[in-house]
Design a protein around this ligand. Structure first.
Ligand code: IMP
Length: 193
């Protein structure tokens, strides 16, 4: 899409010591993922060698649900990158924790990421893949896009499949954490400071 988020004001709730309001419900996420998967299935309908690479930790739920709606054959790989530490703002430094991947030469590669904020993490990772692997194609599927937070260094970054466009707030739930907590919430919520 970029689909907007739900408009109805929701109540402030306290979960795992964090005040938040639900922004995107479990149902809205699942409905949007079905539509995204339909776009992905159409894009890769003739592909015989799709590799989906999920970026841990945040993309674990998004990946698990999205791939169940993907009907084209695909392999699944994982990398782990870190840029937020325990803070609620990007450190500006991308820390590759685990980048082990098979040879991706001539493969169709789809990166699955939870959120693009400053864009520095995906800028780093797409440049890394382009410099080391001669992929057949390289695309990016993100659950949340926070365009207002984008840094100039990442302004060229192309998001091929976007779940929801959100404002410049700190989000938790559905894989996204605050100091390690809240990843297991089935919805996306906006943190209320
Ligand atoms: P970027 O490099 O600033 O685009 O951010 C990439 C990573 O920072 C994401 O994969 C998340 O792990 C984390 N992040 C960015 N924004 C948020 C947020 O609102 N909530 C939780 N984590 C976030």
């Amino acid at each position: 899409m970029s689909a907007g988020t739900e408009n109805a004001a929701s109540e402030v709730i306290l979960i795992q010591d964090t005040r938040m309001e639900v922004l995107i419900s479990e149902d809205a996420i699942q409905n949007r993922l079905k539509a995204m998967a339909a776009e992905i299935n159409a894009q890769y309908k003739d592909s015989q060698n799709l590799v989906v690479i999920a970026v841990l930790k945040g993309a674990f739920l998004f990946l698990a649900d999205l791939v169940r709606y993907i009907t084209v054959p695909c392999e699944i790989e994982f990398v782990r990158l870190s840029s937020y530490g325990n803070q609620m703002h990007s450190s500006g430094q991308v820390r590759p924790v685990d980048l082990s991947l098979p040879n991706l030469a001539d493969r169709d590669v789809l990166i699955v990421e939870d959120i693009v904020d400053t864009g520095l993490t995906m800028q780093f990772f797409t440049e890394y893949l382009r410099s080391l692997h001669h992929t057949r194609s390289l695309r990016l599927a993100v659950l949340l896009d926070k365009p207002e937070a984008r840094k100039p260094e990442a302004k060229e970054l192309v998001l091929d499949f976007v779940g929801f466009t959100v404002g410049n707030d700190f989000m938790v739930g559905y894989g996204l954490d605050k100091a390690g907590l809240c990843r297991n919430l089935p919805f996306v919520a906006r943190v209320i400071q």
